[in-house]
Design a protein around this ligand. Sequence first.
Ligand SMILES: [Zn+2]
Ligand SMILES: [Zn+2]
Length: 138
Amino acid sequence: MPKEIAASCLCGEVQILCGNPVGRGSYCHCEDCRKSTGSAFSVAIPFEVDQFRVLGGRIGSFTKHADSGNELTRNFCLDCGSPLFGTSPEHPGRVYVKAGILDLQSLVQPTHQSWCQSKVEWSEIDPALPSHPKGKTY
Ligand SMILES: [Zn+2]
Ligand SMILES: [Zn+2]
């Protein structure tokens, strides 16, 4: 695994170095993730906040209390709108980077799925993957 994992948005203005991943990713089927991604679910990978560095670009953010009750801030590129990463005061040591913006896609190997109670019918994920009706953090 490379020492630094790079990530960028659609327009390329936002450049990020993520450091070391804490996990290999997970699916989230919650309604907030569906709305914010415009797709069936979100896939995010947790990184350590200490090593996470934004090198450039203009980043906007939107904060909302999730169904879990936790506050979640979603960060996006102000120029192209790409969802980038999420942070929460519940887990101050973590940054949850949207899997699709990572350059190294082989890193993405989701280990579980959460908020399956609000999962859509039109997108299927391997049913053998550990599933949680609500949230699971790590
Ligand atoms: Zn952009
Ligand atoms: Zn979610």
